[in-house]
Design a protein around this ligand. Structure first.
Ligand code: FES
Length: 157
């Protein structure tokens, strides 16, 4: 067993050694998604490792390439579906923001005020800033945004 600190919920949780960080977050109902199904090619499971980076499995080429494309990635970024906990002292932080997976998700937000930034699922860029009231006009400007994760090529990653 290993202990992980999940800063978003300020809780230490005990998990089996070699558990994915993503599964640890999901088990605690943390707001993380897995839009690509855990293939390491989207932004929605992006986390920051605030402690114990050497207690995670090393980064593979696919994870490195995806992180290079994610807006807001930092030196302590990881894709939570690509790293497993193998030691003690791991602390996980989530980037601020809500990922959306489709234009329909955006339309459902019309008339609401964003409490957190609305983020693109592929590259994590901010589609709508925090504290904005979302209007239909604004959403229509985003209708050409490509949400299709299937268009990402994983063959050479
Ligand atoms: S779920 Fe897509 S990269 Fe982790």
């Amino acid at each position: 067993m290993k202990e992980v600190l999940l800063q978003p919920i300020n809780q230490r949780v005990a998990i089996a050694t070699n558990t994915r960080v993503l599964d640890t977050l999901l088990a605690q109902q943390c707001p993380v998604m897995m839009a690509c199904g855990g293939q390491g090619i989207c932004a929605t499971c992006h986390v920051y490792v605030a402690g114990g980076p050497d207690s995670l499995t090393p980064m593979g080429d696919r994870e490195k390439r995806t992180l290079a494309l994610i807006t807001g990635a930092q030196p302590n970024s990881r894709l939570s579906c690509q790293c497993r906990v193998i030691g003690e002292g791991v602390e996980i932080l989530l980037p601020e923001g809500l990922y959306v997976q489709s234009f329909n998700d955006l339309e459902a937000l019309i008339g609401k005020r964003t409490k957190v930034p609305i983020l693109h699922p592929k590259d994590g860029r901010i589609l709508i800033q925090k504290d904005k009231i979302i209007t239909r006009t604004y959403i229509m400007q985003l209708q050409d945004v490509d949400f299709n994760l299937g268009s990402l090529d994983v063959s050479n990653k």
